[in-house]
Write a protein that binds this ligand. Structure first.
Ligand code: BT5
Length: 352
């Protein structure tokens, strides 16, 4: 469970102008959104009943169902209800509430357990589902990285999120898609957590002090240079405890929890991260990202000035990393004043 703000909690008047959704399925999200807005204070049962056009008993029974689904909602006589803790597993109603709070309209399909959110997004695209949409899961049993690598995806402590798009652009427009997403995600995570050491390790790693906390994977289906569909997946270690890492990852990765020693609210993070991905996609697909990328990359560049070795099977480039070029390639200074460019997918080994 992850706590919501505590402190002096009193019955608070209903603030803001939330209006009741027409779709009754959204009533849970509406109720939770109202509680989120009031948190850490209570919202009276009467006020909720009035807003939701139902009896107080009706409100109580909804609160009870939400509690059974894992949320902790405190009730207090003469004060009302207050959300106090969220479960470790993503709860669909709470995800919807946070999504609405962030103004996100893009649908999000949430599973408890899935092979890979990227694979599920691809399947839904193949079935003709309208895009954009997002897929998230509490656990992946075939989470993947690049080149067939595995993504460790245990239950209840991390985010596995994929965004599916049908971008209708030339493939060249996507060349910096992942890098731009990385910049935006990194900037958001620094601001959200207050940790300035969260950086990008070219091309697709989120790192903190050299330890990997997340990874990104873009997979596109391209027809004659035209992008038919695109899935962008991100895995982020949030409340993962070090003891849970498999042996081969120990000492190589970290989580927001291990860095900050505090638990983070997965639902809020999920919604805000999705908002960032949607925004970054739009900027990149409209062609507004390339020059900003070159400008902003240095702020997040973990490799800059470090010695790297990058292999592409036949050729080994080694030298000092010097940022990226306009095509998104890594600039490597081989020491004789010569800059070589390595492109994504070529990294075999990088020694720091
Ligand atoms: C990546 O690949 O870093 C991209 C990972 C993308 C995962 C997301 S989760 C949602 C969506 N659905 C999917 O199936 N995938 C995406 P790559 O650069 O190839 O790095 C993979 C390497 O990272 C592995 O070989 C491990 O060394 C390391 N690794 C695996 N799991 C990790 C974890 N949870 N935290 C940190 N490092 C990990």
């Amino acid at each position: 469970m992850t706590k919501y703000p505590q402190g002096i909690r009193k019955a608070a008047p209903l603030k803001g102008s939330l209006s009741l959704p027409k779709d009754t399925d959204d009533l849970n999200a509406f109720l939770l959104r109202t509680l989120l807005r009031a948190s850490p204070h209570y919202v009276s049962g009467n006020a909720l009943a009035e807003k939701m056009k139902m009896s107080r008993v009706g409100v109580w029974s909804r609160v009870d169902k939400l509690r059974k689904s894992g949320l902790r909602i405190d009730a207090c006589q003469n004060r009302g209800y207050c959300i106090s803790e969220e479960p470790d597993l993503l709860n669909a109603s709470l995800v919807s509430a946070w999504k609405e709070e962030c103004g996100i309209r893009c649908p999000l399909y949430l599973s408890d357990r899935i092979d890979s959110t990227n694979s599920e997004a691809e399947r839904l695209l193949a079935q003709g589902k309208d895009a954009p949409f997002a897929v998230a899961a509490n656990r992946q049993f075939k989470g993947r990285g690049r080149l067939g690598r595995k993504w460790f995806s245990p239950e209840g402590s991390s985010l596995y999120l994929s965004l599916a798009l049908r971008p209708e652009v030339q493939a060249v427009r996507l060349r910096n898609f992942s890098l731009w997403q990385g910049v935006k995600v990194c900037r958001f995570l620094q601001a959200h957590t207050g940790v300035e050491d969260i950086e990008l390790k070219w091309p697709n790693d989120l790192v903190c002090k050299g330890l990997k906390i997340g990874g990104m994977l873009a997979e596109a289906s391209i027809d004659c240079d035209h992008v038919r569909s695109l899935v962008f997946g991100i895995g982020l270690n949030v409340n993962l405890n070090e003891e849970r890492y498999p042996v081969d990852l120990m000492g190589k990765c970290a989580s927001l929890f291990s860095i900050t020693k505090k638990k983070w609210r997965l639902h809020e993070l999920m919604a805000k991260l999705l908002q960032v991905l949607l925004e970054a996609s739009e900027e990149c697909l409209r062609g507004n990202a390339d020059s900003r990328l070159i400008e902003e990359w240095p702020r997040f560049d973990f490799l800059y000035g470090k010695r790297v070795k990058i292999g592409n099977g036949t050729k080994l480039v080694s030298g000092i990393a010097r940022g990226i070029d306009p095509s998104g390639g890594l600039r490597v200074d081989s020491g004789r004043g010569q800059i070589q460019i390595a492109h994504a997918g070529e990294i075999e080994f990088s020694s720091l």
